[in-house]
Ligand binder design. Structure first.
Ligand SMILES: CC(C)(COP(=O)(O)OP(=O)(O)OC[C@H]1O[C@@H](n2cnc3c(N)ncnc32)[C@H](O)[C@@H]1OP(=O)(O)O)[C@@H](O)C(=O)NCCC(=O)NCCSC(=O)CCCCCCCCCCCCCCC(=O)O
Ligand code: FAD
Length: 642
């Protein structure tokens, strides 16, 4: 199963080998539980481990393999981030995709050797979503052949970029490029922020940390202002766009090609989210098979809470989602790598499809991951609320994904643009022009679902039902939009008035893609036992998801009330079937105790003893009487006694 999850037997084996090596290297372990550290201590601890990793990485992993690097990071540095989180996730990908060969030769080896630390600085205090209204400017000075970066007002301060505040000394900065008073829109520039020797901010740069966040606090998300700060012309990333010495602008082959670093993260973050969901579920499911509370049969002893159907219903559909996201994420990464290769050689024809797909996936996956992790926390009762479970940190980090790389509603609307264009093709009889991801929009569907009528139809009837609801909602939302415009409404106003319906279409389309990716993967599996276990999970997935969106299929009679009852029964049937495999389905992800950082989720199940040990190690328990008591509470009580 681990081979299915991680992509191959070799990958699964390598992960095990890496975890085993790390287990033998105490210098790479947290020196005490992270929840007991202050933010400064955590940042220091992370930097300590990061530098040891830089030295010893070659002994543990193949540093050129991103999957090995990602696993190493998760084990040693953890999900709260690290001082170089954005360096690998966005700075290097931005340089790789947007810098010319010459620029890459100059900067990439230094970045890869970790001679410099970089980040991606785009969002500002006043604007994150609407890139056209970013306010930082890069004005070309023809006389000196330099760009002058400037922050005209407080809302133009860069705000949020990870590791910008304290760790990075370089950044890819996105600024409006102005040449001879003409604004060419946002472009990426390579900018040195700090002196390489002293790490002091360079003159003209104002920089710092934006303060603590809901989670992810090892990362120093930062602010950055420029006061007429000069960089050479050749620091504009020039793979696709060029500015010649005389100010001549050579436009890129696609208007949005500079957005590729964002698409990179949107594609890669899906498996990252799956991992976080599976981690939280691993903790909750293990704990649920240790925790005994109440009886189902009063004549029997107390049961493991995992025996309760409500507990299974809370956890198992999310286990199916974690697998579904992992499989859909793996497909998306493959597609992304293909499109990136094409883009580098000038073929930009697939960019729109990839943008639409990743926009929908990042939104649906992050939202459902958040839901699943929160359910996992509640499934652990009171102990889930303790930082000893570590679920709250996983939750905080995961839901950051609903916001970063494009706020979810906004990204769903990006996919909706693509769906509406596709709907227009269908309506004008040009269905043959539909891309493969939306081809179903042009296929006539049956009048009713045959879900409970064709035995052994595999998942075909389910897929058809998902296709039906997605198609119907897309055409309905598009009709609403076109109808408003026909009535004379301006395009943007009409769009806004339909946006809830449009986003519903985007979610349904994306959920269909996730179901199909899961089906594709299960169909490929040769090993009978693995196929059986995953088929059960897939049954739960399709029935649970369909129940969740049933109203769309009920309202036009595609599904009947009796079919709904059938679907509900299937959910209950598969909850029971999955119960014996539940813990194994999560143990198969092979998270080590070091990586999970959870007292509740320990592999050995020795929860209570370790919870007590954990509580005793709380800094508050270093003394029996706190100074807050001696200084304030004790005098108060004494005064009251007088
Ligand atoms: C897209 C926008 C909302 C709008 O942009 P514009 O204003 O420029 O668009 P227009 O309205 O002019 O045009 C729309 C038009 O353009 C097309 N378009 C848009 N984007 C693209 C694109 N990328 N590619 C192709 N086409 C594109 C669109 O389809 C329209 O076409 P039509 O007109 O034909 O319909 C834009 O403003 C936007 O994107 N806004 C969001 C801003 C954003 O995302 N900011 C991100 C900032 S960086 C950030 O947040 C970093 C966070 C990182 C945090 C740490 C992450 C850790 C995660 C770990 C993950 C790693 C896991 C690895 C796992 C593993 O290895 O396994
Ligand atoms: C943990 C974290 C890490 C980050 N790291 C980085 C980084 O490394 N580099 C970087 O540059 N940035 C980073 N960001 C910033 C992030 O990319 C932005 O916060 C994000 O893109 C959302 O933009 P915003 O904050 O402007 O939200 P807003 O756009 O202000 O969103 C507020 C509300 O307005 C709605 N809204 C906005 N526009 C529209 C619209 N057109 N239609 C409908 N609704 C709309 C949204 O849906 C939302 O409900 C990070 C953010 C977080 C939380």
């Amino acid at each position: 199963m681990a081979a299915q999850i991680w992509g191959s037997e070799k990958r699964a084996r390598r992960r095990r080998e890496i975890s085993a090596k790390i287990a033998q290297m105490p210098e790479l372990h947290d020196s005490k539980p992270l929840p007991f550290m202050t933010r400064e201590e955590k940042i220091m601890e992370s930097a300590r481990k990061l530098t040891i990793l830089t030295e010893k990485m070659g002994q543990i992993i193949d540093p050129t393999d991103p999957a090995e690097l990602y696993h190493l990071n998760n084990e040693v540095l953890g999900l709260e981030g690290n001082p170089m989180a954005l360096h690998g996730v966005m700075f290097i990908p931005a340089l790789s995709a947007q810098a010319s060969d010459e620029q890459q030769a100059k900067w990439l080896p230094r970045a890869l050797r970790r001679e410099i630390i970089g980040t991606y600085a785009q969002t500002e205090l006043g604007h994150g979503t609407n890139l056209q209204n970013l306010e930082t400017t890069a004005t070309y000075d023809l006389a000196t052949q330099e760009f002058v970066l400037h922050t005209p007002q407080i809302t133009a301060l860069k705000w949020w970029p990870g590791n910008l505040g304290k760790s990075s000394n370089y950044a890819v900065v996105v600024a409006h490029m102005i040449i001879k008073a003409k604004n060419y829109g946002p472009h990426p520039f390579m900018v040195q922020l700090r002196d390489e020797k002293t790490h002091e901010p360079l003159p003209g740069i104002t920089i710092g940390d934006i303060g603590p966040k809901m989670a992810y606090n090892i990362v120093d998300n930062g602010f950055l202002g420029f006061n007429k700060y000069r960089i050479p012309r050749t620091n504009l990333l020039m793979r696709h766009t060029k500015v010649e010495a005389d100010g001549t602008y050579i436009k890129p082959p696609h208007a949005k090609i500079n957005y590729s670093a964002m698409v990179h993260v949107r594609a890669y973050m899906l498996t990252g989210q799956a991992i976080m969901l599976a981690s939280a579920l691993n903790i909750a499911t293990r704990y649920s098979s240790v925790r005994r509370q109440g009886q189902i049969d009063k004549s029997q002893p107390e049961v493991k809470v995992l025996e309760y159907q409500t507990q299974q219903h809370r956890l198992f559909p999310s286990i199916a989602r974690a697998y579904a996201f992992q499989f859909a994420g793996a497909e998306t990464v493959k597609l992304y790598e293909h499109v990136l290769k094409e883009m580098k050689s000038g073929n930009v024809s697939l960019m729109a499809d990839l943008h639409a797909l990743t926009s929908g996936l990042k939104s649906v996956v992050t939202y459902q991951t958040g839901e699943g992790i929160e359910q996992a926390r509640m499934a652990c009762g009171g102990h889930g609320y303790s930082m000893a479970s570590y679920i709250s940190e996983i939750y905080g980090v995961a839901i950051g994904g609903c916001t970063y790389e494009g706020e979810n509603m906004v990204m769903l609307l990006q996919l909706a643009r693509y769906l509406v264009k596709s709907a227009a093709l269908v309506k004008s009889g040009q269905s043959s022009k539909l891309g493969p991801l939306v081809a179903y929009l042009g296929v006539k569907s049956e009048p009713t679902s045959l879900i409970d009528r064709i035995p052994n139809s595999g998942f075909t009837e389910y897929v058809k039902t998902f296709q039906h609801v997605s198609k119907r909602q897309t055409l309905k939302a598009a009709d609403m939009f076109f109808g408003l415009m026909e009535k004379g409404e301006k395009r943007e106003i009409a769009w806004n008035k339909c946006s809830v319906e449009l986003n519903r279409a985007s979610r349904l389309h994306t959920r269909l893609f996730i179901v199909e990716a899961f089906v594709r993967r299960v169909n490929e599996i040769a090993d009978i036992r693995i196929k059986e276990a995953l088929t059960d999970l897939l049954h739960l997935h399709v029935n649970y998801e369909l129940l969740d969106i049933a109203s769309y299929a009920l309202e036009d009679g595609f599904l009947s009330a009796s079919q709904l009852d059938y679907i509900r029964d299937q959910v209950y049937l598969y909850l029971g079937k999955i119960r014996p495999n539940a813990v194994s389905l999560l143990d198969s992800w092979e998270f080590s105790d070091i990586e999970l950082r959870s007292v509740l989720g320990r592999r050995d199940g020795n929860v209570y003893e370790n919870l007590f040990k954990w509580a005793k190690s709380s800094p508050l328990n270093k003394t029996d009487v706190l100074s807050s008591v001696t200084q304030y509470l004790k005098p108060m009580m004494e005064k009251a006694r007088l």
